[in-house]
Design a protein around this ligand. Structure first.
Ligand code: KG4
Ligand code: ZN
Length: 342
């Protein structure tokens, strides 16, 4: 008989998500709720996030089972993100998942959230021909910004990462300065489309430096300086659009330069993968496609729904973990400590 499906929960930030996957990785149901309660605050409030996960998860799990046409007793294992992330939400999601595993007498599989992002590209059918190891992962979201050498299941090398803000955080802060809503990335990208960046030159921190660390805080400060003369006055639309375009160009330049260095640090890479909300940015995707091309590599980014936080990636990472454990003769269920965001 084929192994039973896996139910996965994701609650590490502001997305409450549940998914059910077949043992071979086929997605049977996939639900995500983006919490709206943070909008008035212009960013994720950890306490609000934890409470919202607690309020939403039971009904969401129910709905996901219904979508898959299943009962809880059909589930063979339960997985959850156990970090890194906001500790309150992690406790809620992992607590519910563990409770379910205990009640069903099934293994609980703890999944590292970054590992889940890192393995998403390997979901069956996502990348033409499959994403074979080793590949370079650029993870750029509101909470993460790093280059990871993905060499196998459980074999990751962090090549570099941000020394201050995450890329998405920078987009969100610049959006706020420009008077755009939250989350800011899509709003900045839309405004940048009509802007001329030329009159608004901005710095590119760490460009050309060895390694592949990122820094965005100087760029953010430079944007604030460009905006200072307008303090108190309405910001002309052309200026806002120009600054948005210049900022986006700077981020694309920085990321492309850092990823180029990461590729040099990982000559064995056979593929470049981008994931995280910022990987939705068209200007950035175009730059990464060209960069991979210049290195003779294919470029892949999971569809947006799987780039941003979701539970499918958690279920898939659990399946990969279970397979890797079996191959080593280890039990499938594994339990790790919760890992708050460092
Ligand atoms: O992966 P994600 O949904 O959540 C986590 O942070 O884990 O990423 C959200 C981030 C936000 O900062 C948002 O502003 C940014 O991704 N983002 C974008 C775009 N869409 C979302 N940044 C730039 N361009 C976009 N089109
Ligand atoms: Zn994430």
């Amino acid at each position: 008989s084929s192994p039973a499906p896996i139910l996965a929960i994701e609650s590490s930030c502001d997305d409450t998500a549940c998914a059910i996957l077949d043992a071979d990785g086929t997605v049977l149901a996939d639900t995500v709720l983006s919490q709206a309660g943070h909008v008035p605050f212009g960013g994720v409030v950890p306490e609000i996030a934890a409470r919202a996960h607690l309020a939403a998860l039971p009904a969401l799990v129910r709905r996901t089972l219904d979508d898959a046409g299943m009962r809880a007793t059909d589930i063979g294992a339960v997985a959850a993100s156990t970090g890194p992330g906001l500790i309150g939400g992690l406790i809620v999601g992992a607590g519910l998942a563990k409770g379910l595993a205990v009640a069903l007498d099934r293994p609980f599989v703890a999944v590292n959230h970054i590992e889940a992002h890192a393995l998403t590209a390997r979901l069956p059918g996502l990348v033409p021909g499959g994403a074979a190891f080793p590949y370079l992962l650029l993870l750029v979201s509101g909470g993460h910004c790093q280059c990871i050498a993905v060499e196998g299941v459980g074999r990751y090398r962090r090549l570099g990462g941000t020394i201050d803000d995450a890329a998405g955080e920078a987009f969100d802060k610049v959006a706020k300065m420009l008077g755009l809503g939250w989350p800011g990335g899509p709003a900045v990208e839309a405004l940048a489309r009509e802007g001329d960046p030329a009159p608004w030159p901005l710095p590119r921190p760490l460009l050309g430096r060895p390694g592949c660390d990122f820094s965005f805080s100087g760029l953010k400060t430079a944007v604030a300086q460009k905006l200072a003369p307008f303090a108190g006055d309405a910001l002309p639309r052309a200026a806002a659009a120009g600054i948005a375009a210049s900022f986006q160009d700077a981020v694309a330049d920085i990321v492309a330069d850092r990823v180029a260095h990461a590729l040099e640090m990982m000559p064995q890479a056979t593929l470049l993968v981008a994931a995280g909300g910022v990987a939705a940015n068209g200007a950035l995707r175009a730059r990464l496609t060209a960069l991979a091309d210049a290195h003779g590599l294919p470029f892949a980014a999971p569809p947006l729904r799987l780039c941003t936080d979701n539970a499918v990636m958690v279920g898939w990472a659990a399946i990969e973990t279970i397979r890797a454990c079996r191959a080593l003769g280890l039990p499938a269920g594994q339990d790790l400590d919760l890992l708050p965001r460092p």
